[in-house]
Design a protein around this ligand. Sequence first.
Ligand code: ADP
Length: 557
Amino acid sequence: MTEQPFLRTAVRVFRKLTPRAKVAVCELPLTLVVTGLIVASSGVWPTLFQNWMLVVGLLLHGTLFLACFLVPWERLPSNASLIIPILDFVALAFTRSGSYGVLPGLAVLALFPVIWLSASGLRAKTSLSISFAGPLVISLPAFISHLPQPTAADIFSVAVLPLLLLAVSITIRLSGSNARIQQRRVSERDQALRQLLAASKDREMLLETILDTIDVGIVAVDSKGKTVLTNNQQREFLRLAKTGASTDDDESFIHGLDKQTPLPPGKRPIERAIQGETFSDYLVWFGSGPEQRAISTAARSMKRPADDGFGGAVIVFRDVTDVVEALAAKDELVANVSHEFGSPLTSILGNMDLALHGDEEIPAAPRRRLEVVERNAERLHALVQDLLLSSAAVESVYLRRTDVSGLVENSLVSAHAQADAANVGLVADVPSPLWAEADPLRLGQALDNLISNAIKYSPGGGQVNVKAARNDGWIHLEVCDTGIGMTSDETAKIFTRFFRTDSARQAAIPGVGLGLSITKSIVERHGGTITCSSMPGKGSTFTVVLPAEHDDAAAAS
Ligand code: ADP
């Protein structure tokens, strides 16, 4: 374990050395070993230095070591210093020949220049050839001198040693190239990682810029509900909302639709998102006073890939104060104008009634004209009533114990004349009683609307079916016709105020597109829902689901 860091440090230190010091460090082990061996042997064999070959060999070793320091290697080509290990073979040949009698194994020291050459980066062919030839040069003189009866050591030296050192050289080269391949791979991977990192930093910067540029507040929470991202716009919303607030750390500045009651924690958008809820167009009010803002919120949760559990959520906050104020102003205008129209219209209708149905005899021609005026005044009156209702329906619903089947019955009776005139059949399947907490006036209006629409938008010969049933604590009411129907795009919009389908307009069927929006708000005020399914040319089915009265209350009655 400690070897790797040590080696790495050694390599780092070696790389920092000057070219001369590098050559000297490579030559140092051989010089030290040769010096040590000769010094030790000279004590045992004092006559050793009488051999001129040994002396030449030692001088050569010394000269080569000195040359390591004296030659300006930095100015020479990078491979120039390899002359030193090559000449080491020559020096070793002399040293070994001169000391053969006492130190025959000296040839093994050829290992040092072989290692140097093999690790030097010299071309494979050259370094392998020298690694074989060098040891051969060292061992050949002794072999020749012992011919024709060479010793076992001679045979070892001349044949085995060059081969052995060749094998060593091959091994070093192979492990060197392996290491180089590994290093290349590591550096390629390193580069790929760097590129990925740079790309992801770029993306992060882009995302941050986008998040901070848009005028929508964004908050992201992680799987534990901790906030991990808040963009500039959201910080601005919070700053405005908290201005003047007594506490800074909780979200009590978030108010409900009445603009005053702080939302309980479980109803706050972020808390709802943390509970895993997905929602859109959830309107809340931030702050209070003149800085109060209407904020439309939406949330989408993310799933953990591993177990589909809650993986966090993104909550979006959009300032819709202007839209909400414009809608409120429009509602007020509609209510005021309708109200102002109401009185003169009532007066026109009253006087018209007196004129037409009073004692005075009116000639046929003006009577027909007056009847047209009366019909149109009635239509205008109905429109004004609708307009008034559309701005008031949401506020005024007074619930009490009501039999819904009775309301359906009343609506069917009132619709009979219209159905007969339009030649549309009316069929009902409504069990009695169906008790619910309802406002009979409002719910009656809603039913009138649905049934009269079903007749109005059915060509002659069609049929309207009204069904009701109690199911699992809910009352299901169905108004089904065989009329002109609608496309799915149109079906999605019919509860929007003033929306009318193309086919209704083209067929010049009278209407202003307010009835269904009023019906929807009445049903919702009762805690119910209304849906529609329709097919062009095949007819439409409107389904109202209302909470029924509890069984025990029904039984007690
Ligand atoms: P109005 O009937 O006064 O136009 P409503 O709000 O009642 O207004 O209806 C909105 C629109 O929805 C109608 O104009 C018509 O295009 C379409 N619609 C409503 N009921 C039906 C129905 N039963 N069949 C086909 N279209 C319908």
